[in-house]
Unconditional design. Structure first.
Length: 275
């Protein structure tokens, strides 16, 4: 094989690392791939790391130990987080997004792969230390955000459904209280395949919208039935009211403070939790 030039190694290593976020690659793996010495690969990694740090592209980490190596983590700086969430809050505050029942139209935003990935990077960066085994979401508009968060963490995405599916095998099914508050409550059903979760696993719950927190609490309850642990709950946007949610400890990227009925504008701001 022809000798591989440094610029070729740098380009290939960068692509490999960013395509597999949070996954550890050993130095031996790169040595074998490029036919280079470990010292050479280490120098290449230092160059990539410095470039990523300079341009706020994430972080290259060296993991010590027998099973160690190097990995890429999408860890946006506070300035980048503030910029992304500020722009998102501005978009969601545009006229015409007010929906009946105190809801906000967000489907166009969550369906954008670039926007969903940016939110996934911000969410994942907050929870690397929790080391979840999987990300759980409901079969709604939160799937793109949850999928991108799972990708950044390099863990599977598990989806709770409104009802069980025959092709998923046996499932746990629960009833939970949904609705935004007193007088607007109703009972809904949630199902989760038993094969999707193992007892003792740690779960990160991600959803797109939280008003009263009933659906999120339902996901917490169904995981408890499967003897799994919920390490944290994260959402794209939470309403300021009601202040007391059914699920405790949930963190949001954005806060919906209310609507201006005259203009149809929502009042959305970044959450202090993420800045």
């Amino acid at each position: 094989m022809d000798k591989i030039k440094r610029n070729e190694r740098l380009g290939a290593m960068t692509r490999i690392l960013t395509d597999t976020p949070n996954r550890i690659h050993t130095l031996s793996e790169f040595c074998e791939l490029f036919g280079s010495a470990k010292s050479t690969i280490s120098e290449d990694i230092d160059l990539i790391s410095a470039s990523f740090a300079r341009f706020d592209l994430g972080k290259i980490e060296t993991v010590a130990g027998a099973a160690g190596g190097v990995r890429y983590r999408a860890m946006p700086s506070p300035a980048r987080v503030a910029r992304v969430l500020g722009e998102l809050a501005q978009r969601l505050s545009e006229p015409g997004r007010m929906l009946p029942g105190g809801f906000l139209y967000t489907s166009d935003v969550t369906a954008e792969s670039v926007t969903a990935q940016a939110m996934g990077e911000i969410l994942a960066a907050q929870y690397y230390d929790r080391q979840p085994h999987f990300v759980l979401t409901m079969e709604t508009k939160g799937i793109p955000i949850a999928l991108m968060t799972a990708r950044m963490l390099d863990v599977p995405l598990v989806i709770a459904r409104r009802d069980s599916r025959a092709y998923e095998g046996s499932a746990v099914k629960i009833n939970y209280i949904a609705g935004g508050g007193i007088g607007n409550e109703h009972i809904e059903t949630m199902a989760l395949a038993r094969r999707a979760v193992s007892p003792g696993q740690r779960a990160l719950i991600i959803d797109d919208f939280m008003k009263g927190g009933g659906t999120l609490q339902g996901m917490v309850d169904i995981l408890r039935e499967l003897q799994a642990e919920v390490v944290v709950v994260g959402v794209m946007i939470a309403t300021a009211e009601p202040r007391t949610k059914r699920v405790e400890g949930a963190r949001s990227l954005l806060v919906l403070e209310g609507f201006d009925a005259a203009t149809g504008r929502a009042r959305v701001r970044p959450s202090e939790n993420c800045l």
